[in-house]
Ligand binder design. Structure first.
Ligand SMILES: CC(C)(COP(=O)(O)OP(=O)(O)OC[C@H]1O[C@@H](n2cnc3c(N)ncnc32)[C@H](O)[C@@H]1OP(=O)(O)O)[C@@H](O)C(=O)NCCC(=O)NCCS
Length: 328
């Protein structure tokens, strides 16, 4: 019988721009204050792309970090680059192509647009390619230069977002390790609650799409505190696991209140949860890989550990994944 291939993550890297945009900086730009932002979101500061830094260059730095940690061999033979982003350099060409050419990879490349859960969606696509035997090695990146798209006269949304990127190599791993299950979700009825306009000025049901970034914070909040625990339970069930099997909970770093509410509803010990939103803000597709790389550096990710990733965002959309870490 043919041996089943199991896919997993064999290398990670991350990068956040040097420049910081603190709550105190925002106080000087709009009618807001540090106390309001911290108490409602847990965010203290965020990294901000400098002039000349974009989703492409930030992604490239995250892959350079991956190479620094795991060696040049880690990206040798990559045959596909999947780049999830909510702030691509351009609608086309794909930002993924800019990363592919920078590293001289003989690989296909495409951008994946499903807002914040994009990196998990990307991992699931990579898993399918690798486990089917169609491709061998895939670079999955989440990268954002969202501060370039924010309107800093609108305090409602601009205070939330920051810039950064995380990258992972997905390929075959030892049996018993790697991806265990994923779920992908979408509910386009919530499209009007969060987004940034591109070519259309209305949704299919005729609802106008405002100019620039738009968000109904309360609706998104309600959705998030419902979907995070539900998606976590669903993905564990699919993996035939329980909450007790989980070593590390890596949720989308949108807001500390949302993340802790989800963890508390599930009864997850805060020691097992990664929370770095205070430093990065919401970095959309980059949020989980950035948090994962920080956890890895802190020695919190060890071979054999079961990790749960769970994310939500515009769409409305969501995704979750269970992974058994396969590298030392
Ligand atoms: C955005 C969010 C922090 C707002 O918190 P909230 O408690 O719901 O606050 P409200 O929207 O009810 O606003 C409360 C008041 O603060 C004001 N306010 C809004 N933004 C503010 C800001 N940045 N600074 C100061 N005051 C602000 C509002 O105008 C309102 O004033 P009013 O009572 O005089 O009308 C919260 O709804 C949230 O986190 N939602 C989820 C957003 C998210 O995660 N989006 C990304 C998903 S990927």
């Amino acid at each position: 019988m043919e041996k089943k291939i199991t896919a997993g993550i064999t290398a990670i890297g991350s990068y956040a721009p040097e420049k910081l945009l603190s709550n105190f900086d925002l106080e000087k730009m709009m009618d807001t204050n540090d106390e309001w932002i911290r108490s409602r979101t847990g965010i203290e500061t965020r990294h901000m792309a400098a002039d000349g830094e974009f989703a492409s260059t930030i992604a490239i730095r995250s892959v350079e970090d991956l190479v620094k940690r795991f060696g040049k061999k880690a990206i040798e033979g990559v045959d596909l680059v999947i780049l999830a982003t909510s702030s691509p350099d351009a609608l086309f060409p794909a930002t993924a192509s800019l990363v592919q050419s920078h590293f001289d990879l003989e690989a296909g490349a495409f951008d994946l647009l499903i807002a914040c859960p994009g990196w998990i969606y990307g991992l699931s696509v990579a898993q399918a390619y690798v486990e089917s035997g169609l491709l061998k090695k895939i670079l999955v990146i989440g990268t954002e230069a969202l501060t370039k798209l924010m309107d800093y006269s609108d305090r409602n949304i601009s205070i939330l977002f920051g810039d950064g990127a995380g990258a992972a190599v997905v390929e075959a791993v030892e049996a018993g390790y790697g991806f265990k299950s994923f779920i992908l979700g979408s509910d386009g009825n919530g499209a009007k609650h969060l987004g940034i306009r591109a070519a259309a000025d209305q949704f299919p049901d005729g609802t106008p799409i405002p100019d620039g970034p738009f968000m109904n914070g309360r609706e998104v909040f309600k959705f998030a505190v419902r979907i995070m625990p539900n998606a976590t339970l669903d993905v564990l069930k699919k993996a035939d696991m329980s909450l007790d099997d989980i070593d590390l909970f890596v949720p989308h770093q949108a807001n500390s209140r949302i993340v802790t509410a989800a963890a508390d509803k599930l009864g997850i010990d805060h020691e097992k949860m990664i929370l770095v939103v205070n430093e990065y803000g919401n970095t959309s597709t980059a949020s989980i890989p950035l948090a994962l790389a920080d956890a890895y550096d802190a020695g919190k990710v060890k071979k054999g550990d079961n990790l749960v990733f769970v994310s939500f965002g515009a769409g409305l959309s969501w995704a979750a994944m269970v992974l058994t870490w396969s590298t030392d």
